[in-house]
Design a protein around this ligand. Structure first.
Ligand code: MEV
Length: 309
């Protein structure tokens, strides 16, 4: 039996703008994971079993299933290393809510790739895995920046610029976030496309907002590195306002952000693709439980606390 796993992620600052070349900050959420278990099978080829699929999904090279992300990562790995499809069942399980802005697609692909490589004794380095998972992200997202696959594969906080390699950065002092899930799945592909459409309509206005986001990201990075995360709150709330103007918030996200702020969070924003999915709120020991309860009372489908370190 071979195991592979990968974490969820949150974008701390800079989502959407990062697709257009602005830096962004993201961190893994190691307590929420996708896990793949590969076991030798009696049938030829690879089959993937995932909750939610009525049947197993053939994922071998001869399969005609080409537009499925789970099958796609298997094909990419086999092609990369010039491997014949082994006789394998891959069982997939994930704690990461799908279409929630937490990188489920990238985490699932990374977990499958790791289990597959492990089962055939093929080493795969992070750079190669990151490149293959990015290919799968294109299927999910259309024009992904690459931030999700990077933070998930390297499992470290990253300062990320599209087209450049991962730049891990130091967290000077750990800080806590409460994650509130609206429970509304949302398509990152559609949200990214909407920002492109807005950009085509109003280049100056959208560029101004991207530049404002750049400044927030740079300030946030220096607060995080210098161990003064308490100063991040205002930047988060400002980033949320800019994302609203870019049309990627939603009534539910705004409600959760407001509830967190009223309950004492020092800042809050949507995180990821938006228009549903999750938001994050900056808390400390004194405010954490109150904010978590306020999010539940405001209708969050799920509330999780995480520490960025
Ligand atoms: C999604 O987690 C982050 C977005 O910026 C899309 C991307 O960077 O590919 C919305």
């Amino acid at each position: 039996m071979a195991l592979g796993s990968a974490p969820a992620k949150i974008i701390l600052f800079g989502e959407h703008a990062v697709v257009h070349g602005i830096p962004a900050l993201a961190a893994p959420v190691s307590t929420l994971r996708a896990r793949a278990e590969a076991v030798p099978a009696a049938h030829p080829g690879v089959r993937i079993y995932a909750p939610g699929f009525a049947d197993s999904l053939p994922a071998d090279l001869d399969s005609n299933v080409v537009d499925n992300a789970l099958a796609m990562i298997v094909r990419l790995v086999l092609r990369e290393f010039d491997l014949t499809a082994p006789a394998l069942d891959i069982h997939l399980q994930s704690d990461i809510p799908v279409a929630s802005g937490m990188g489920s697609g990238a985490a699932v692909a990374a977990a499958i790739a790791r289990a597959l490589c492990e089962s055939v004794g093929q080493a795969i380095d992070a750079e190669t895995l990151n490149r293959l998972v990015y290919e799968v992200e294109k299927l999910h997202h259309g024009t992904p920046s690459g931030i999700d696959n990077t933070v998930i594969v390297y499992e470290k906080p990253v300062f990320f610029i599209k087209g450049e390699g991962p730049k891990p950065f130091t967290v000077g002092k750990p800080f806590q976030l409460v994650i509130g899930d609206t429970g509304n799945p949302s398509s990152t592909r559609a949200a990214v496309a909407a920002v492109w459409a807005l950009y085509d309509q109003d280049r100056v206005g959208v560029k101004d907002r991207f530049e404002a986001i750049r400044q927030l990201v740079l300030s946030a990075r220096s607060y995080i590195e210098s161990g003064t995360p308490d100063s991040l709150g205002g930047l988060m709330t400002e980033n949320h306002a800019l994302l609203r103007e870019l049309t990627v918030s939603s009534a539910e996200l705004d409600r959760l952000v407001d509830a967190a702020l009223q309950a004492g969070a020092s800042g809050a924003k949507l995180s990821g693709g938006g228009r549903g999915g999750i938001m994050i709120a900056l808390v400390n020991d004194a405010t954490r439980d109150r904010v978590a309860k306020a999010l539940q009372d405001a209708g969050a489908a799920r509330v999780v606390t995480t520490e960025i370190r």
